[in-house]
Design a protein around this ligand. Sequence first.
Ligand SMILES: [Zn+2]
Length: 338
Amino acid sequence: MPQHFSNEDYLKGIVLFGLNAATYKMALAKILLEAAKEQKNKIHWSELASSFFQLYKSRLAEKSMPQQGIAHRQTFMERIVQQHQSGKLSESDAIEQVGLKGFIDVIPRFQTIGTNKDIVKEFFYEFQYGSTLTLKDSLLNLSSAQLAELEGEIDARWGLLEGAFSINQSQYHLANDIREIYLQSGYERKPLTNNIPFLSGYQGNICFYCAEHLDSEIHVDHVLPRQVLQHDEVWNLVLSHPECNLLKSDRLVGKHFILKLIARNENIMGSNHPWKAKIAASLGTTPKQRAANLQKHYAKVSTVLGNNYWGGCDSYNPAIDPFYKKLITVLNNESQSI
Ligand SMILES: [Zn+2]
């Protein structure tokens, strides 16, 4: 005998079952219930984006709990809200970004119970991506008592997910504050390829990460990931093979690369290059200050990125890295311990 479930059961199924990688389903469910409450059968994309943004903005302002489960990462919505709160993104720009990228996964995937995509396919709404979402009677016919009950369950589930996500993220608030500070003084990405000729000589004309010769294709890499530092200051830029850059990705480098970066920066300081002044302004006027300040940045970024760590290419060994044998490196680091 086929079993009969109510529309309310199906909606609970969507929200309560399945492994949620993030809290997006809860946010969308709340927006759908709100529209049903107002008996609104069409939601335009811009309204959807606006509601989504406002929901996360108030949620994160209130409690600031992680919205996804992988330690040291952020959801798109957390990044957007943080950029807005630090004054880097106006409200209308933030909403526009949400409309463009905030729904890529959740709108098409919402109508799934667990991993089953057929039971509730197009059961509650249809959508034209980027244009409108049309609610069906299955939502519009829910009684106000049912809507209230569902809303309560969604709120409880959202809180439960945040609690589960925060277990792996003991430094969440500290990491968030550090991101925020970097965000405030950060700026938009600049083209970096014009730095290649300048940087090459100071790092011994070899790849920073594997110490092999550079080929024709060269990547400019942020040693401490740009997603945290939010700037392209030269003290943090090195050249690498595209493959080495991809291997490293957004991970935290091992300590030996920080010591190498300090030595590389001293090579620039030892020259009369005009960018000397920029490095001095950012890191300090003496080698000791610069080393200490760079280590401070490394410690902060470590707090944000945690154990998302990259020790280097297998073949790399700092003890035989030709960089340390180059004349400029030897001269500039003579008085310092490496
Ligand atoms: Zn390399």
